[in-house]
Design a binder for this molecule. Structure first.
Ligand SMILES: [Zn+2]
Ligand SMILES: [Zn+2]
Length: 813
């Protein structure tokens, strides 16, 4: 926080009015900031006014200097829960004579800065009201105030006031209006303010749309249905959800079958921490996340196994959240077990947000619908987080986080406005300008037609909501990405220039940006490990070591490229990767001779080997990929996990991580780890991690019938050591190049003779064991490690990276 002070007079005996103009910057609009200022000014006996404008909040305060000091101290201490003060600037205010009171002045028009904020979980004061039989909002499911409730999920246009939200359909009653207009009330200018008399209402209905016996308390009735094993479709804050009793295996299994979600873990809702602690050990950081205003899903290790086995098979973790709205509180208040709470959709479609659509799409899944009549303006999924190495990390950034702006590092203040389109899977897009980046809520996988339509709509909405006029559009290089196609069309139609950003460069840049690496800092050593991304040379990349600045990067190393026989089919059928890896490492004959007794050999013998060999040899539908993700798939399949196919993206790697034998992993002796080769490859002579020695040791382990958990541990550890060795080697080379001063191409990126920061990004680093092993060993070696926390390390973070790369390139010289 920067504070510049212009003292305005001393404490003289005479009452000479002095005044200050106080500028407050940060997240200060739409979060109850002005009423707080008003209340504190009254408490302190200040005169003057407060208003919103394009730079934040502007306060005129008239009173002696000590009173103003006291007022500002209290403003910092009693800052509203959803607000964030970034800076306070104070100047003398001259026209003090006319004021005899403290007033809230209506907003001044100007560009919107922070008008659209994230949805926030129910605050303690509102919770107390819905629990209090004497309160007029007792058990009212849409209770909210300035400190909590829906925001992004209900806003349709700017400025953010009631008429521009989906609350416009509900005329406030006398009492609510009184609260809304009274600055002393917690609901002053709370746009979604409502009560039983005037606000939205909830009801229960059958799958055919007929109203069920109108119980006065729909939440209690839905709760009862859940107790009896029903699947209930719930209209939540940002979309429909499907719920069932998480301890009722037949109910959970039925939900899986009907929803066509065979194995991907379900999220859980629990009444309170006490319930969660029966299943997971919750540390302080996890507790903080669960209870935060964002209220995300937190993925934690399973401590006891009393949950239905179908909830989260094969992963060793559970994802819990606490109730985020009064409706959820009321639903689960009398439930002492967790509920499965998953998105209301079939397989990979976006969740429903509209009542009629929900009846049509969820009618064959849900036994009962808990409906309400407040429209959802946009689909906002639950956010997902995990604590790794003591830090909260966002894996899916949506409800509660989006669209809060992220502050960009020094150097980006003057960069032009950018629209970055993001990737293909787990898509988000990003608007950046004036040193800030707004990353959209989670869109999902654009391959799905409904998601794709939603994405197009959302891009247009964000441009309007944030009055964003891009000076360039940033795109991924992949010719097949739909985000690229839309970005391209948009740019053509509006005559905006394009900036193409390589996938893994964007991963590294996203991590640099959120860690405050300034625009002109020395380049970092980036390690981007993921499934696949389109490389600058037109091949598929996914295990990349690069020297990276914001504008540019140089590829220094990679995992040895291996064919993906069948192309996209190799993503869903892990055994194809195992086959390609083994043929690359030993040749079929070499493998067949040496490992004749292996069950794996019989498995491959029953496959169309001739066809695969031809595809690989001729490069037909068999692209080479330096992918770390595919290596994980290959090893998992060799060890007998998900060999035939995966049922969700990343399943093989997730289940391989889950079985890792802790004792083998923690053993001080690194000799147990599989070793990898380090070689040069390709025309450019890139450094290359060669898994051949690892395969030899792994297959020997299979011959000896070594248990899979031990194999998984030796692989994870070996992979981490290989990555760290590669990094240390590259760091040494970079320091040498830096000291020589003139060695092209490094000079292009201004390398200096100092160890660069090491940036770890890409979806593979969401493997906690691999990340902890790599980061821990790098820290021991004295290297500075940066990793993603605020945006996902997976493709959900790409758009931020694209935005900063494009902004850096287009900054006026
Ligand atoms: Zn509240
Ligand atoms: Zn009312």
């Amino acid at each position: 926080m920067s504070i510049s002070i212009h003292p305005s007079g001393g404490r003289s005996g005479a009452v000479r009015p002095v005044g200050e103009e106080i500028r407050v910057r940060g997240l200060v609009q739409g979060v109850g900031f002005r009423p707080t200022v008003w209340r504190l000014a009254h408490d302190c006996g200040l005169r003057g006014d407060v208003r919103n404008d394009s730079d934040g909040v502007l306060i005129h305060a008239c009173g002696d200097v000590w009173t103003v000091e006291q007022f500002l101290a209290r403003l910092r201490a009693e800052c509203p829960p959803l607000a964030r003060i970034d800076a306070i600037e104070r100047h003398e205010w001259v026209s003090v004579a006319e004021v005899d009171d403290f007033r809230i002045v209506p907003s001044v028009d100007g560009p919107v800065q922070t008008g659209v904020v994230a949805d926030a979980v129910t605050c303690p004061a509102c919770l107390a009201e819905i629990d209090d039989p004497a309160n007029r909002r007792y058990r009212y499911p849409f209770t909210n105030c300035t400190h909590c409730g829906p925001r992004l999920s209900i806003i349709e246009a700017i400025p953010y006031d009631r008429a521009n939200t989906t609350m416009a359909a509900f005329a406030m009653c006398e009492t609510c209006r009184g609260e809304y207009e009274n600055p002393a009330e917690r609901r002053f200018h709370a746009q979604p303010v409502a009560c039983e008399v005037c606000g939205p209402r909830a009801w229960l209905e059958a799958p055919d749309g007929s109203a069920l016996e109108s119980s006065s308390d729909a939440c209690a009735a839905a709760s009862l249905a859940l107790q009896f094993g029903s699947i209930v479709a719930i209209k939540g804050l940002g979309g429909f959800q499907l719920a069932c009793d998480a301890c009722n295996e037949p109910a959970v299994a039925r939900l899986r079958r009907l929803k066509r979600r065979e194995r991907k873990p379900f999220a859980l809702l629990a009444r309170d921490l006490e319930v969660i602690r029966r299943y997971c050990t919750v540390n302080d950081v996890e507790r903080g996340l669960l209870q935060s205003a964002a209220g995300p899903i937190v993925i934690m290790d399973v401590a006891s196994a009393h949950i239905a086995p179908s909830v989260a098979p094969g992963v060793g973790t559970l994802g819990f959240m606490l109730p985020s709205t009064p409706l959820h509180h009321l639903l689960i208040a009398s439930f002492d077990r967790p509920l499965v709470l998953t998105s209301g959709n079939t397989s990979d479609e976006p969740q429903c947000i509209d009542n009629a659509d929900a009846r049509a799409r969820l009618g064959r899944i849900a036994d009962v619908f808990l409906m309400h009549n407040r429209m959802i303006a946009r689909r906002v999924d639950d956010s997902v987080t995990r604590v790794v190495l003591g830090a909260p990390r966002v894996l899916r950034r949506s409800r509660g986080y989006a669209p809060a702006p992220l502050a960009l590092p020094p150097g980006f203040e003057e960069t032009p406005a950018i629209l970055a389109m993001g990737g293909e899977l787990k898509n988000t897009f990003c608007l950046s300008r004036d040193g800030q980046a707004i990353v959209s809520h989670h869109m999902g996988d654009l391959e799905d037609a409904l998601t794709y339509a939603d994405y197009r709509r959302s891009v247009a909405q964000y441009l309007t909501l944030f009055e964003h006029e891009p000076r360039a559009v940033a795109l991924d290089l992949h010719p097949e990405y739909l985000s690229r196609k839309i970005g391209f069309d948009l740019a053509q139609a509006r005559d905006w220039p394009l900036e193409e950003v390589q996938h893994h460069h964007a991963h590294i840049a996203s991590c640099m940006a959120e860690n405050g690496v300034s625009l002109d800092a020395q380049p970092v050593l980036g390690v981007a490990l993921d499934g696949l991304g389109y490389g600058a040379d037109g091949t598929l990349w996914g295990g990349e070591f690069m020297l990276a600045g914001y504008r540019d990067f140089i590829r220094l190393g990679m995992f040895k490229p291996v064919a993906m026989p069948g192309g996209a089919r190799a993503i869903y059928e892990p055994w194809r990767n195992t086959y390609a890896h083994l043929v690359t490492a030993f040749g079929w004959d070499g493998f067949a001779k040496r490992y004749a007794e292996l069950e794996l050999q019989r498995f491959f013998a029953a496959r169309p080997r001739d066809m695969l060999d031809t595809m690989i040899a001729q490069g037909v539908n068999s692209p080479l990929a330096s992918s770390a993700g595919r290596l994980f798939d290959a090893v998992a399949a060799a060890a007998g996990l998900c060999r035939e196919r995966v049922l969700y993206e990343g399943q093989a790697a997730v289940e391989l991580e889950a079985i890792v034998d802790e004792r083998t992993l923690r053993d001080e002796d690194d000799a147990l780890a599989y070793s990898f080769g380090l070689a040069h490859a390709g025309e450019a002579g890139l450094r290359c991690i060669d898994p051949q020695p690892m395969w030899e040791a792994l297959l020997d382990d299979l011959l000896r019938s070594t248990p899979a958990p031990m194999i998984a541990a030796r692989f994870h550890k070996g992979m981490a050591i290989a990555i760290v060795q590669m990094i240390e080697l590259l760091v040494d080379e970079l320091i040498d190049h830096g000291s020589e001063g003139s060695n092209a191409p490094y000079t292009r990126l201004n390398v200096r003779a100092a160890a660069p920061a090491v940036v770890l990004s890409g979806g593979v680093f969401q493997n906690r064991i691999l990340f902890e092993q790599v980061a821990g060993r790098l820290a021991e070696a004295g290297l500075r490690v940066l990793s993603n926390r605020q945006v996902p390390a997976n493709d959900g973070g790409l758009s931020l990276g694209q935005a900063v790369v494009a902004a850096a390139r287009r900054r006026a010289p």
